[in-house]
Design a protein around this ligand. Sequence first.
Ligand code: NDP
Ligand code: TDO
Length: 300
Amino acid sequence: MSDVKRYVVTGVAGQVVQSLVEQAKADAAVEIIPLGRPALDLGQPQTIESALRAAKPDLIVSAAAYTAVDQAESDEAAAFAVNADGPAELARVAKALGVPLIHISTDYVFDGSKTGPYNESDPVAPLGVYGRSKLAGEQQVAANTSDYAILRTAWVYSPYGKNFLRTMLRLAETRDELNVVDDQIGNPTSALDIADAVLAVGRNLLASNDAALRGVFHLSGTGEGSWADFATEIFRLSKLQGGVHALVGRIPSSAYPTPARRPANSRLDCSKLAKIHGVTLPDWRLSTKHVVKQLLAESQ
Ligand SMILES: NC(=O)C1=CN([C@@H]2O[C@H](COP(=O)(O)OP(=O)(O)OC[C@H]3O[C@@H](n4cnc5c(N)ncnc54)[C@H](OP(=O)(O)O)[C@@H]3O)[C@@H](O)[C@H]2O)C=CC1
Ligand SMILES: Cc1cn([C@H]2C[C@H](O)[C@@H](COP(=O)(O)OP(=O)(O)O[C@H]3O[C@@H](C)C(=O)[C@@H](O)[C@H]3O)O2)c(=O)[nH]c1=O
């Protein structure tokens, strides 16, 4: 029997999926097998069992989701199909196969009314369809298997796909000044760091049946800021490295109307993950520096 563990991951082009592929290159004990549409379509639950069985997982990572927060407001059925019904089936199949499931969830399960960072036992109360669909996904995972770790993360950025960091750099190509909301605070989190954490949590789940390793955990970059702070730091780092930059105008959310409401505070307290799994993510400013550097190198 091979010692290499097969991590079957939902999605192909997603930020977390691509980051897992990248970070696992340094880990000879892990093989990442991305599974996406049409073979595995979360919106078509009948595709899930056969695709997973054929991939022979040692562990399943649920990293695909309907992530268009504003679009979800007018596309509720699709968001719930992908973010709740799909994960329900993933968990059912994980249990049938006898393998652990790592399911990625979000800070948007909270309404933002708490003063300090949220911990895992704080009440959930999502403000929009995306958050409600992700919360339903968490509940479905917990209802269908006991061998799971739900990792709630936040404000994900990376060199890949669509994210706030890449949006800022793209907009700065044609604009000298950008208005960015300053009254929503959270923890920017590099998908590359999430990937490292998933690999560490996966190792722990495969090594032990201890129930304490299972359940809900918060996983976000160390340090906090508003979206305007994040944008300011992105441009500071980009300018330092000879890249595009823009002035950031700090505005209230009321001056940037969007279909979905976002929490004013979605900071996550990640001490449970540190204590139980021994995982703490780097400061978001340090990880942002790495991602900006990689993007600038690629564009030259
Ligand atoms: N982005 C963020 O800021 C945050 C994300 N999260 C959560 O983290 C996880 C990873 O997010 P992220 O990597 O940013 O996601 P992305 O938006 O980068 O990618 C979404 C992924 O989901 C896949 N997908 C969408 N619909 C389906 C479907 N019907 N069937 C199969 N796959 C589908 C996409 O497929 P394809 O490969 O075909 O494009 C893609 O791989 C998600 O669970 C998300 O909810 C949590 C907090 C913040
Ligand atoms: C592009 C832009 C956005 N904003 C605001 C809008 C919003 O309040 C905030 C972030 O905008 P975005 O649309 O990029 O991010 P958003 O889609 O809200 O990001 C969320 O995605 C989902 C998937 C999650 O799970 C969350 O953790 C979170 O990362 O910044 C500005 O103020 N100015 C701008 O120029």
